[in-house]
Design a protein around this ligand. Structure first.
Ligand code: ZN
Length: 188
């Protein structure tokens, strides 16, 4: 989540610069909001199934994590609102999905509706001792995800990643801190 916020800030600054515009507070806040938007399906899953249903929490990406939705909506915004808003929406939402495709969770259905397989890139965190071989792309059958959750889920993932030095956590913190520093420099 911290890295999504950082990507939203950087994208807003970059897109404003690209279109020769001054980044307004509204544009930056929109960048952050767009970068977090796909996880509204997590809020839905949380309210509907409750926090103890870990399968529903892990599987929330069945609703708002289809890239084609954001390509279509970004194109619509670019055509009917403004190109800068369309590009900001596209970059931030796809950056969120790219972030979701590395490390945690069972990837993103990048090719939906052509295929409902989920894809993870480079590395998938699993319970210690059950590490998967390193691959550029992992492909997960949708029907097998419940089995994968049971086999590889680390019940201590929060503690093991976010409460001790871990590259995943370090990337989140460094990405977020760098974006805030750049934002302060640009606005200051
Ligand atoms: Zn997500």
């Amino acid at each position: 989540m911290l890295l999504d916020i950082g990507l939203g800030i950087l994208a807003a600054l970059g897109v404003a610069n690209l279109f020769g515009e001054i980044p307004t507070e509204l544009f930056i806040m929109a960048g952050i909001g767009f970068a977090l938007l796909p996880d509204l399906d997590f809020v839905y899953a949380l309210l509907r199934y409750g926090p103890n249903n870990y399968r529903a929490m892990i599987r929330h990406r069945d609703y708002l994590h289809y890239p084609i939705l954001y390509v279509a909506a970004g194109g619509f915004l670019a055509l009917f609102i403004s190109p800068a808003w369309g590009v900001l929406f596209l970059i931030t939402t796809l950056a969120h999905l790219a972030h979701d495709s590395i490390g945690l969770g069972w990837g993103v259905a990048w090719l939906w509706p052509l295929s409902d397989k989920n894809y993870t890139f480079f590395w998938r965190y699993v319970t210690p001792g059950k590490e998967l071989p390193r691959q550029l792309v992992y492909c997960w059958e949708r029907a097998r995800i419940d089995d994968l959750i049971e086999e590889y889920r680390d019940p201590q993932w929060l503690k093991n990643i976010y409460f001790r030095p871990h590259p995943f956590f370090a990337t989140e913190i460094i990405g977020f801190a760098a974006s805030v520093l750049i934002l302060v420099r640009v606005l200051g």
